[in-house]
Design a protein around this ligand. Structure first.
Ligand SMILES: Cc1ncc(COP(=O)(O)O)c(C=O)c1O
Length: 390
């Protein structure tokens, strides 16, 4: 990858050192131009008319996403966010009282809250698998729990929001397949930084957002739904006319493809921006992207570890571009202030974002630096210099 070309393509690079890509990354020019162009077209010629005119381009969103995931366009649904996508998949699972849902300590906060709601409302049982000593869920624990509980669903977040951990979603997928258990993967923080192959992961649902590592717009995400769940007739709770055709007074015909998980009304400027962002990532190559991001993440960790009083928090055998650290005796406000003064964008997480993980690590907050492939070592060095001064 030619770093200078990539930076020239990213106008925000000239304004800030953006190390907050796990929050939302800076989109490349073609993504912004696509969105602005479509909004202009809509404003001049009408929203329905432009949706019809651009139908082939809009269909390209499903092709690009299928290519990203090594699957088929009919298995892809557009969504308004990762959570929107995730909840549509989760809501389709026919839970009954006493059904068991197995998850991990590191699954995303909103997913955990939804599981707790399902426990409260539908009397399911939530069970969290044990971790490996080095961090990350132990696939053997998932296997043991499946044998004991015969769960309805296994749900795993590939990369948590507040740590550089990469969960072994492929091994867990093999286990789920062996025991024929439904498997839901939250790929919000991995889509766009790590190659995702549905055939290797073997999941029934996978959700992601566009605004993070895929460098797309806010307000866009997607859901993958497997042939298995489509053929079983799974549909989201409260489907609308995207999910089926009302062809008799008391009947609707379910949409055969994963589009049944969408809502009819969409922001097509964002669908096209999402398509462009995914095509951009596909053309760079996810293997190349992962190599660049991981290497900058490793560099960031190594540099941070040279600052006295800094504790690196990322665990697990495999780590990604999310780098988290705690600064003994310093306040998150002081950290944020020095970074802002140096024109560096970064994130600060707190216990409510990762309750179990942060309690185990004995921290109430953590700095999150998340460099993308368009960032440079010099930008990381600037952050380290700023942070060394507090
Ligand atoms: C791991 C993970 N899952 C899900 C989400 C939710 O994504 P969204 O805000 O697009 O719903 C996030 C957001 O930070 C995340 O980090």
């Amino acid at each position: 990858m030619d770093l200078q070309t990539l930076r020239n393509d990213t106008p925000g690079c000239t304004l800030h050192h953006h190390l907050n890509n796990a929050g939302a990354s800076l989109p490349p020019k073609p993504v912004l131009e696509t969105i602005l162009h479509y909004l202009t077209e809509e404003s001049l010629h009408g929203g329905y008319e432009m949706a019809a005119k651009y139908a082939p381009e809009i269909a390209g969103f499903y092709d690009a996403t299928a290519r990203l995931l090594n699957t088929n366009p009919k298995n892809i649904a557009f969504a308004g966010s990762a959570t929107d996508a995730y909840f549509r998949g989760l809501s389709a699972i026919p839970f009954e009282p006493n059904d068991v849902l197995i998850t991990t300590d590191d699954d995303y906060v909103s997913n955990q809250i939804a599981f707790l709601f399902l426990e409260k409302k539908f009397k399911i049982k939530l069970v969290r698998a044990a971790k490996l000593p080095e961090g990350g869920v132990d696939p053997q624990s998932i296997k043991d729990l499946i044998e004991t509980h015969r769960p309805k669903l296994v749900a795993v977040t590939h990369v948590p929001t507040n740590s550089g951990l990469v969960q072994d979603v492929e091994s867990i997928g093999e286990i789920c397949k062996k025991y024929d258990v439904l498997y839901l993967v939250d790929a919000c923080q991995s889509a766009g930084q790590i190659p995702l192959d549905i055939n290797k992961i073997g999941c029934d649902f996978l959700s992601a957002t566009l605004r993070k590592w895929l460098r797309g717009p806010r307000g866009a995400g997607f859901l993958f739904a497997s042939d298995k769940v489509l053929n079983l007739g799974f549909e989201p709770i409260l489907p609308d006319m995207a999910a089926g055709v009302w062809n008799a007074p008391d009947h609707y015909e379910l949409e055969p493809s994963a589009k049944r998980f969408e809502q009819w009304e969409k922001n097509y400027a964002l669908v096209l921006g999402a398509k462009k962002a995914i095509e951009y990532a596909n053309s760079l190559g996810l293997d190349q992207i992962e190599m660049a991001v991981t290497s900058l993440g490793d560099y960031t960790r190594a540099q941070l570890s040279t600052i006295p009083g800094v504790r690196l928090l990322d665990k697990g055998n495999r780590k990604c571009g999310i780098v988290t650290a705690y600064f003994e005796g310093k306040s998150p406000q002081a950290i944020k202030a020095v970074l802002e003064a140096a024109n560096i964008n970064a994130g600060i997480g707190n216990t409510n974002n990762a309750y179990i993980d942060f309690r185990e690590k004995g921290v109430e907050w953590a700095l999150r630096l998340s460099p993308h492939y368009y960032n440079t070592k010099e930008e990381v060095d600037l952050a380290i210099e700023a942070l060394s001064g507090i």
